[in-house]
Design a protein around this ligand. Structure first.
Ligand SMILES: Nc1ncnc2c1ncn2[C@@H]1O[C@H](COP(=O)(O)OP(=O)(O)O)[C@@H](O)[C@H]1O
Ligand SMILES: [Mg+2]
Length: 264
């Protein structure tokens, strides 16, 4: 037998930069970020406020394009697509989960989960099946499916949002501070859900400020000033040394891989 076919990365970003034009001043939000994520990885993006996390997430999620650099998502170069094309890639390839859940409050749970399929060619029967499968996958009891989403607890709302992110069978689930609005116990159970979805093969990238949350993923990518300053498998990082609750956030554990040397 020959060697196995190479695996197409879900994320293959090279030398991404992002410059925002402001009144009189440019902001260099990303200064040359390269990142490859294989199918089935579970990754946390950390870093102080203003370090470029959201900018990177927007590019990875095809909500925005880089100023320079290339980005292939599930093998497709999306670095220079127009807004219409980006929307299509988002719909078919990316599932989003947000800190504030972003559900339609007066719509039912089921309706919220059906929403991403409304403008697709998926047949009605199959939509219903997929929505039900996604709601079961996130552990939401069937009696809640006809409730309006604003009648749910925060943890239940985030489960609905996660179900919604899954219905189009995305190559990538992107979660921006998914536990940020939840108490610790509820956040833990949401992380357990992400863990089990990952164990089933889902590729998940989440942004978090919380070391305890990041420690439940398998890889931590740390941003600072628009650069990746650390990219480590959890088992190799600080967990073994300090325990899962004690990953240093922004102290002398940071050894920038590439010293910022101006706006190259
Ligand atoms: N739309 C924008 N226009 C101008 N500057 C922006 C915009 N979005 C972000 N920035 C700036 O880019 C830098 C990185 O921001 P961001 O990616 O939001 O960081 P983080 O999510 O890590 O807090 C910050 O200096 C921020 O002020
Ligand atoms: Mg942000």
């Amino acid at each position: 037998m020959g060697s196995a076919a190479p695996v197409t990365p879900v994320i293959e970003a090279r030398d991404l930069t992002k410059v925002y034009d402001g009144a009189g001043a440019e902001t260099h939000a990303l200064r040359g970020v390269s990142l490859a994520i294989a199918p089935g990885e579970f990754t946390a993006i950390m870093g102080p406020s203003g370090s470029g996390k959201s900018t990177l997430m927007h590019i990875l999620g095809c909500l925005d394009i880089p100023t320079t650099g290339t980005y292939a998502l599930a093998g497709q170069d999306v670095s220079a697509l127009d807004d219409y094309e980006l929307a299509e890639v988002r719909r078919t390839t990316v599932g989003f989960v947000f800190q504030a859940f972003n559900l339609l409050p007066r719509s039912t749970v089921l309706r919220n989960v059906l929403m991403p399929m409304l403008y697709t060619r998926v047949a009605r029967d199959e939509r219903d099946e997929r929505a039900a499968a996604a709601l079961r996958a996130v552990g939401l009891e069937e009696k809640l499916w006809t409730h309006r989403s604003n009648e749910l607890s925060g943890g239940q709302m985030q489960r609905v949002a996660i179900a919604r992110s899954l219905v189009n069978d995305p190559s990538l689930v992107l979660a921006d501070e998914p536990t940020g609005n939840l108490d610790t116990a509820t956040g833990d159970s949401v992380m357990e859900l992400f863990g089990s979805l990952n164990a089933e093969g889902r590729t998940i990238v989440l942004i978090t400020h919380e070391p305890d949350i990041a420690a439940r993923t398998h890889r931590i990518v740390r941003l600072q000033d628009g650069f990746i300053v650390e990219d480590a498998a959890i088992a190799d990082a600080h967990v073994r040394q300090y325990g899962a609750g004690a990953i240093p956030v922004a102290d002398d554990a940071l050894h920038p891989a590439a010293a910022p040397d101006g706006d190259v």
